[in-house]
Design a protein around this ligand. Sequence first.
Ligand code: ZN
Length: 231
Amino acid sequence: MGVLLSKPLSYTAISIRVVGLVVLSIVATATLIPTAVSSPGIPHTFADRIADLPVRSAVKTDDELFVPLDVVAPMPFLRSGAAESFHALRAAVIDVAGFDFLARCGDMLRVGNAKVLKLGTAFNSRHKKGEAFDYNQEDPRVLLVRESDSKGVRWRTYLLCERQNGTARRDASKCAKAALHTDNAGFVSGYVFDFTAAAEQFGWERIYAHAGWAKEPTKKEFWHYQLRLHD
Ligand SMILES: [Zn+2]
């Protein structure tokens, strides 16, 4: 866990307080949020970030401390604590797999009207708490191996390592030679990084696919990782 300690926390923490359920247009948000930011004088306010985001209809936040991340995502924020675990995981991926897989995420913080997202309400709430991220499932180095147990179906995510000679920048032993029968790329033989295992090491867990995933790929949830609650 040395990487956790060696990673300086250089980002700016902000606090957003919104009382109750507030549904705002983006225009209203721009005028309201600055009055709700509790850390005046910081160079980047939440309003600054919001203005750059493709938020069209609604914004809602809970009383929570969110940390902006240097990540390409619709809303690149996680709550304090989750952000540290994310940074540690991101650094581990870079060190071993050899590329910055988590520089881009499909989704992270979610705000606004929950009715827009019909699937997995409980998991939406983890996004709303800033305790979940969806990785970039379009990355061509993602390799998915299906795993089943009594609770359902999940996928283990491997990443095809940048260097295919078994060496990594710091720890060559973690890029392992493997022969995988994947769901998304057929049979693959090469050096891979077990992203799921690394995520678990840093406090993140995957979730089971929703019923009906075989017919509706949006229910697979292999891209979703959330902070484990029991430790
Ligand atoms: Zn998700």
